[in-house]
Design a binder for this molecule. Sequence first.
Ligand code: C2E
Ligand code: MG
Ligand code: MG
Length: 573
Amino acid sequence: MHDLVNLPHSISLAVLNHLPDAIVVVNREGQPLLCNGQAKQLLHNYLTSLWQVDETSPFRILDRHHCPLTPDQLPLRRVLAGDVLENEEFILLQVGGGAVVWVAISGGPCQDTTEAAGIISVRNITRRKQQETQLHQQALHDQLTGLSNRNAFVNQVNAVLAQGRSPNSLALLFIDLDRFKEVNDNLGHGVGNELLAELGHRLRRLAPAHSLVARLGGDEFAVLLEHSDCPTQAPILASQLRDLIAQPFDLQQHDIYIDASIGIALGPAQYLHAEDWLRDADTAMYQIKNIPDSHWFVFDGALQVKQNQRLQVEMGLRQALQNGELRLHYQPIVTISTQAIHGFEALVRWQHPERGLLMPGQFIDTAEATGLIIPLGWWVLEEACRQMQAWTQAFPAMADLTISVNMSSKQFSQKNLVQRVGDTLARTGFDPHRLKIEITEGVLIDHSESIITILEQLRDMGIRLAVDDFGTGYSSLSYLHRFPFDSLKIDRSFIENADQDYEKLEILQSVVRLAWNLGLDVVAEGIETQRHYAQLKALRCELGQGYLFSRPLTPAAVEDILVNQPTLQLPNS
Ligand code: C2E
Ligand code: MG
Ligand code: MG
């Protein structure tokens, strides 16, 4: 074997040429003494580019930020000046053609030879760089539309906020598609994706050149408009965007019509973070759902007050959950013919440390909007089952009574819902046959097909299911047979007016009759007067709930009844 020092020149060259990196050795003057095949290939023999700014070279060497190097920064110069380079990234820019080659250069001065003064190795890392750029692009862009994604948009908006702008020179438009879910459900995700991609094009086309356009996720988009008069211009743009969205989409031989709601928040005055700004635009967007035929809404002072209240409720509610400030009250549900208690509905209250006892109307919407309804809902289920089981053991009269628990649409988005309900029942020892879960029609609309399986699984466990507030939502009995319900709770607005309004009475009659045909129990909500009671009795409605029988009761008041009066007596009856 040859000693490394005595290695024949041909072998040294073979070794050097075999290396994947370009190797260049230079003397003190920067003249190349040796270079391998890779170096010739990579630098096309213009090795001087590494040593001096050479106007005749087809390359310019730039730093990683694309800035040209000064002579002192050239890699070989630095090596000869005694620097050691470790995988430092540079760009070789081809003059004219503009081809970009990314290189990582390592090297240093040669100490053990008098002839050679410096050595560098140059690795072509263009592929890796391209992959990095691609990943970076993917991290910031929505694949479907090519628009910025939420992360990128938030960064861009934060950058604009950091630069500072005059008041009302910016507007953030939050766009939410109406009924997009129907497109996905009915025509498939392929068509849904095409629609989103096409929508991305439309938004980009209409939005002014300097505005930022992004897909925030799902069917939500955003535009940041920059204009000297945004209070006037933003609503104009919103109307135009909405009209453009409302034009039919011709996809896979379907003419698809969708609509949009657009919330506008003007800025930048009060905003420090993009997320706060987006939240206000989102809040403005939600107002549209309550105003018929409106398509855009501007966030204003009144909404600001509401928003602040909501934030306070949200913060308070988080603490309430931790500090055990929630309570359950129980409203009796009675058998109309006998007035005996059939069961109770568990209704949540918040014992607020400063504001006293709060009703669901004061916090349920916020809980829904913030997702806090999920932990709240689990607490309600657990507490209702625990309390019922404790009563069952203490009072014989309780043995068969049922408990109705309200569940929100948000809870049905949870994958492990069935499992958790089962666990709660097992933990508390409460009989599933005595648990009724009340859901509103909204849950059925939000979750459509996917919910049938969940409802069937709950029912297989023995749990009974009720449609709550029937008549306020979709109000169509025709779809009810598709879902495995046991009872129908007719909203109190029907009962309220049935004694004066003949038409309401007719509707009430037909709902009771149809529910019977579907094999559903009917529960009438909001029975307040003797007249209501008489009417429902005449309609042969089985169960009722209302102030006439009893208001929602504290646990102590329920115990009082259980001890003294297992059959509720109506006043004056
Ligand atoms: P709901 O489920 O329809 O509950 C019935 C509501 O009607 C209760 O209001 C009850 O107090 C009220 N009510 C009962 N009888 C009468 C009557 O004769 N006249 C009048 N005017 N009202 C009557 P509450 O307790 O304020 O609850 C309001 C809503 O809040 C509930 O409507 C339900 O949607 C929601 N909610 C209450 N507790 C929970 C809960 O634990 N989880 C969820 N997700 N929602 C809940
Ligand atoms: Mg209810
Ligand atoms: Mg109800």
